[in-house]
Design a protein around this ligand. Structure first.
Ligand code: UDX
Length: 460
């Protein structure tokens, strides 16, 4: 007998919060063939995305957005009514910034997203948190949802932490190195398996856990990465007083497979919208839970990281002859890392600000982040092109390792500056080439004059 077989409809997805994480997730899920509704309270963001414009710099994402819009699978709205009616699985991707005047995470956006949705969902659904949150949030949100939703406990809560890096957001979303599902029921796990089927199908490792573990994975991963960076930067401090060279040290350590060379790059340290605030919020939450001692070392990690910024200012002052008053500084970079226009907790911009506060006249140049930087620190001068920042500089300081700076010719740059003095805050330049072109070259954790290493001649 022939029976008509209709395949089950794929779950419809909503993504609440279309910032960095949410916009990328919404766009990528649509390119994987799901119907997706992106939701945000900001009309401006929704308008931009609906019109095919990504409101931040992320390589590859604008093309994916256009594909997704053309396919008809991706739409955007500011209406929670529409979201609740549309979605089977709702992803909450709103921000958890650091609270003003505290180390804690500001949970107002997460709480509001969960309550606005829950109030309106009147049928079985799954709300999946992706935001980085204090441990215990999923359990708290599950209670809130059960209380507020007309469907009661038929609306479940799960947690699915996200590990995407800015600059690699599309790659990290479509080809993550692992997926983590924090679930309280087999139904929730089944829904998540369905949604991530295309990613699981290519063999992506999956860890299924309780929600507390899933929340902790993210805090633990970011703390580990931050600790690794601060570890090598602490070694740079030792190098500075012993005449050792931290770049050679990092290379030698990195060859040990157990240590590995990734996230062992010394320099100005970490910044951005994640690592700094996540380690602080983790430390704060651990203290609240009575286990503060276990992660007390994260305070040191934070302090080591912040000291790199003041030490960079010291190097610029030293090169300028002891005072920054009236000194013209070319600050190369404002973004917290290259290939990003993000200036949240950017070490680069912090250094530029400190130089300015000591009386230097600072010209900042960044290939992508100038507009965002200008919004935060309007007092600094922003150059439109690299040459304008270099022009007449007494000291040049490289703060973000954009390719444009790595590729700059020390000879052409020398023709623009008043004094050939370079502080390389990211170990991005060829020290020998700069010295050969007559520059005084200084870098954190490296000797001010190159150590004479005996030159070995192989016996011929
Ligand atoms: C980070 C995590 O990598 C990611 O998994 C998480 O989801 C969000 O936070 P991101 O903030 O995009 O991602 O930046 P990342 O590439 O990790 O760099 C963070 C900071 O560390 C940057 O300021 C970078 O310059 C600095 N860094 C990184 C170093 O100073 N040395 C290194 O070796 C690596």
């Amino acid at each position: 007998m022939h029976t008509e077989h209709t395949p089950a409809r794929r779950p419809r997805l909503t993504v609440i919060g279309t910032g960095y994480l949410g916009a990328t997730h919404a766009i990528c899920m649509a390119t994987l063939g799901f119907e997706v509704l992106g939701v945000d309270v900001s009309e401006e963001k929704i308008d931009a995305l609906a019109n095919g414009r990504v409101p931040f710099f992320e390589p590859g994402l604008p093309e994916k957005l256009r594909d997704a819009l053309d396919s008809g699978l991706l739409r955007f709205t500011t209406s929670f009514d529409e979201a609740a009616a549309f979605g089977d699985v709702h992803f909450v991707c709103v921000g958890t910034p650091q609270k003003a005047g505290s180390a804690a995470a500001d949970m107002q956006y997460v709480e509001s997203a969960f309550s606005e949705l829950a109030r309106r969902i009147d049928r079985p659904a799954l709300i999946v948190g992706k935001s980085t949150v204090p441990i215990g949030t999923a359990a708290r949100m599950a209670e809130l949802v059960a209380r507020l939703s007309p469907a009661g406990s038929a609306v479940e809560v799960a947690w699915n932490p996200e590990f995407l890096r800015e600059g690699f957001a599309v790659e990290d979303t479509l080809h993550p190195d692992r997926l983590v599902f924090g679930v309280s029921s087999a139904t929730a796990e089944a829904s998540l398996r369905e949604v991530f089927a295309p990613i699981l199908a290519v063999g992506t490792p999956l860890v299924v856990a309780d929600t507390a573990t899933a929340e902790l994975v993210k805090a633990a991963a970011n703390s580990f990465l931050a600790t690794k960076i601060s570890y090598i930067n602490a070694m740079a401090e030792i190098c500075e007083t012993t005449g050792a060279d931290v770049t050679l040290l990092a290379e030698a350590l990195g060859y040990d497979d157990r240590i590995g060379s990734r996230f062992l790059k010394p320099g100005l340290g970490f910044g951005g919208g994640c690592l700094p605030k996540d380690i602080r919020a983790f430390r704060y939450r651990a203290e609240e839970l009575g286990v503060g001692q276990a992660v007390a070392f994260l305070d040191e990690v934070d302090q080591i990281n912040l000291r790199r910024r003041s030490r960079t200012v010291d190097l610029v002052r030293e090169l300028a002859g002891g005072s920054l008053d009236g000194v013209r500084v070319a600050a190369l970079g404002a973004a917290f890392k290259p290939n990003s226009d993000d200036v949240r907790d950017a070490p680069a911009l912090d250094v530029a600000r400190m130089l300015y506060l000591e009386g230097a006249s600072v010209a900042v140049y960044d290939p992508e982040a100038s507009a965002n930087a200008h919004r935060v620190y309007p007092d600094l001068d922003y150059a439109d092109i690299l040459g304008d920042a270099l022009n007449g500089a007494d000291v040049v300081v490289l703060l973000t390792e954009w390719d444009e700076f790595r590729e700059m010719s020390p000879v052409s740059a020398a023709a623009l500056v008043t004094h050939r003095r370079m502080v390389d805050g990211r170990h991005a330049l060829d020290a020998a080439a700069y010295r050969a072109a007559g520059w005084e070259y200084r870098a954190l954790g490296r000797p001010s004059v190159p150590t004479a290493v005996p030159s070995y001649q192989p016996a011929g």
